[in-house]
Ligand binder design. Structure first.
Ligand SMILES: [Zn+2]
Length: 285
C-alpha cells in the first residue's frame, strides 16, 4: 500500500465548489525533493493550511523559481492573463503550483501549534509570541501553504478574492476532514512573521478568515461516499462511543467498510486508511 499522499484531487474539488482554478503546468508532478511528513496515523499528508500575504501588488505564480525551489503550494489573487494581482480587476483565481511540500514557505516555527492545536482541530489564538523551536523545525512538510497577493499593510483584500480564499480554505478543510481551525496564519506558526494582514479582521486577520470558513462550511453536507472512503473502523467505534452515531448508523458504515474488501475498492481502502474525524462529526476529543 502506498503511503504517498497526493493533493492532485484539489483542482477538481475547487471547481466543483464553483471556484476559478489555474493549474500551472507541472504542479501535479513537480518534485522538489520533499515529501509530506509522516502523521501520527502513519500517513504522509499536510495536516494544516497556512495563509500568507506576498507583500506585493502582483506576482507571477510558478511551479519552481530559477533556483529550482517551490515557493508555495498555491496563490490567490486577481488573474489578468499570466499574472495575479492585488487590485485593478481580474478574475479571482486559485493558482495551483505544487501538490508536494514547498521548499520555502512556512519556514521555521513552533511545532506545538501543529501538535497541540492544528492536528487536534483546536483553535489557536495567536499571533505567536514564542521563539521558533530550537533545534529549528520547519513547517513546510506539515502545512499546505497559500500566498495571497496583497501588500500586507492592512489594506482591504478585494472582496472577490476574500470570498475565493474563504471557499478555497473551506474546500481544503472539508475534503481533508478538518475543522476550520486548521487554516492558520503564518504569524501563528512563527513570531518572525505578521502575515496575513488584510483590513478584514485586522489586526489578527486569520480569526475573521476562520470565522468565515466556519460559516461557509455550515450547512454543507459532506459527500457520504467520499466520507466513507476515508473513514476508519476505529473512527466509527469512537463516534458510537461518544454518541455521534447511532448503532444503526454505525451498522451502515461498518457495512460500507465490509464492501471495501472487494478488490475493486482497493483505491478507496488505501484512502480510507487516512482519515481522522470528518468535519460535522465532532469525534476528536
Ligand atoms: Zn508568510
Amino acid at each position: 500500500m502506498s503511503n504517498t499522499f497526493t493533493m492532485n484531487w484539489l483542482a477538481d474539488a475547487l471547481r466543483a465548489a464553483g471556484l476559478e482554478v489555474w493549474e500551472l503546468d507541472g504542479w501535479r508532478t513537480w518534485e522538489p525533493g520533499y515529501a509530506w511528513r509522516e502523521t501520527p496515523g502513519g500517513l504522509y499528508e499536510p495536516e494544516g493550511h497556512i495563509v500568507h500575504h506576498t507583500a506585493t501588488d502582483g506576482y507571477t505564480p510558478n511551479v519552481h523559481n530559477s533556483s529550482g525551489q517551490t515557493k508555495a503550494n498555491a496563490y490567490v489573487g486577481l488573474r489578468r492573463e499570466g499574472r495575479l494581482y492585488f487590485s485593478g480587476g481580474g478574475v479571482p483565481t486559485v493558482a495551483l503550483c505544487a501538490s508536494r511540500p514547498a521548499n520555502d514557505s512556512a519556514g521555521y516555527g513552533c511545532r506545538y501549534v501543529l501538535e497541540d492545536y492544528v492536528r487536534l482541530d483546536k483553535r489557536y489564538s495567536g499571533p505567536q509570541s514564542n521563539p521558533d523551536d530550537s533545534p529549528s523545525w520547519a513547517g513546510n512538510r506539515s502545512y499546505w501553504n497559500t500566498e495571497t497577493i496583497h501588500p500586507g499593510y492592512g489594506e482591504p483584500l478585494d472582496a472577490g478574492v476574500w470570498d475565493l480564499l474563504i471557499g478555497y480554505s473551506a474546500v481544503l478543510c472539508m475534503e481533508l476532514g478538518w475543522a476550520p481551525w486548521r487554516t492558520i496564519a503564518h504569524e501563528d506558526h512563527t513570531k518572525r512573521k505578521v502575515d496575513p494582514r488584510f483590513e478584514q479582521g485586522t489586526p489578527y486577520t486569520i480569526a475573521q478568515i476562520q470565522d468565515d470558513v466556519e460559516l461557509w462550511m455550515e450547512g454543507k453536507t459532506v459527500d457520504l461516499q467520499r466520507w466513507a472512503s476515508r473513514l476508519r473502523r476505529e473512527d466509527i467505534n469512537q463516534y458510537v462511543k461518544i454518541g455521534v452515531l447511532t448503532s444503526t448508523e454505525s451498522s451502515y458504515w461498518i457495512g460500507m467498510l465490509g464492501d471495501w474488501q472487494n478488490p475493486e475498492w482497493q483505491d478507496l481502502r488505501d484512502a480510507a486508511m487516512v482519515r481522522g474525524p470528518i468535519y460535522g462529526y465532532p469525534g476528536q476529543q
